[in-house]
Design a protein around this ligand. Structure first.
Ligand SMILES: C[S@@+](CC[C@H](N)C(=O)[O-])C[C@H]1O[C@@H](n2cnc3c(N)ncnc32)[C@H](O)[C@@H]1O
Length: 286
């Protein structure tokens, strides 16, 4: 193995990160690598980035690799992030699914769910319209590549700082209970959700088809090829009228995948343009 200088170790670790996650680190994010990995290196008794990279090559799927990926990754999330998306889900998309799904079964997937705020925000929305979903089997699956984020999502315990961002006070009081200086999510919401470690680029144990898929702020830094690969995997877990929602600034256009902008729901995509025509919008909204 050739010796790597500091800079080339940074690049090698950035390449490892991209191969495993799809996330391309631009120069501006790359300079942070050494800083964010300091704790991981200390914990594993590694003196420098060169030693870290050598160990990652020997054990690319172990605890050290998971810790390295977690530390470099951007996990930014908040409750009801991009409120207009949740308003559209609540007022248009969920009522539409409620009217059109053939069985009383609703499956939602949050791919790249980070620490769970997105999945729990959806659970709150579903609870607000409990009358619609009374006899239904409803489930929200949150997946993320980071086992540390998934563990936190499963625990459902959030800092004061987390619940102050985006969560209406009425929902905080209704759906959380104080837990020391933190807040624990109510069992009713937890019952609607489950969380699993999953790399969106791999073929994993997720089965069945989802009716609504959120994959927001995950694919932004993927190369066009890997974005297409991730979208084709999402397509395999979709029905013809499944709706896909990406983050602001993300699009399926130009990826060569089946997903096209939905004619009815702004910001959503479906496969082959199936779904209600634009003139149905007012009826769906009503
Ligand atoms: C910026 S956060 C967005 C969280 C949430 N979707 C939101 O919009 O609030 C991106 C999340 O995607 C996850 N992620 C990145 N690449 C992934 C991959 N290849 N497979 C699964 N999850 C991934 C990260 O671990 C991180 O938690």
């Amino acid at each position: 193995m050739t010796a790597l200088s500091g800079d080339s170790s940074v690049r090698a670790i950035a390449d490892f990160f991209e191969q495993r996650t799809g996330q391309h680190l631009g120069e501006s994010r790359m300079w942070r690598i050494e800083t964010v990995l300091r704790d991981v290196m200390r914990k594993h008794g590694l003196g420098d980035l060169h030693a870290l990279h050598a160990r990652l090559q020997r054990d690319p799927y172990g605890e050290l690799a998971a810790g390295t990926i977690h530390c470099i990754m951007n996990h930014e999330s908040s409750f009801f992030r991009d409120l207009n998306v949740f308003e559209s889900i609540e007022k248009q998309i969920l009522p539409h699914l409620n009217r059109t799904l053939p069985e009383k079964l609703l499956r939602i997937w949050c791919a790249g769910c980070s620490t769970g705020q997105e999945a729990y925000s959806l659970a709150i929305v579903l609870k607000r319209q409990e009358h619609l979903w009374k006899d239904w089997r409803v489930s929200i699956l949150g997946t993320d590549i980071s086992p540390f984020s998934i563990e936190k999502a499963q625990a459902g315990v959030f800092q004061q700082m987390d619940v102050q961002r985006g969560l209406p006070i009425a929902d905080l009081l209704r759906w959380f209970e104080p837990n020391g200086d933190q807040w624990r999510i109510a069992q009713d919401l937890r019952a609607l959700t489950s969380f699993k470690v999953d790399n969106i680029l791999d073929h994993h144990a997720i089965t069945g088809k989802f009716d609504l898929i959120l994959c927001r702020n995950v694919l932004l830094y993927f190369s066009p090829e890997l974005r297409a690969h991730a979208l084709s995997r999402i397509a395999r877990l979709s029905r013809p009228d499944t709706l896909l929602i990406l983050g602001a600034g993300e699009t399926t256009i130009g990826t060569g995948t089946q997903f096209v902008p939905s004619g009815a729901f702004r910001g959503a995509y479906d496969i082959g343009g199936a779904g209600p025509a634009p003139h149905m919008l007012d009826r769906l909204a009503g």
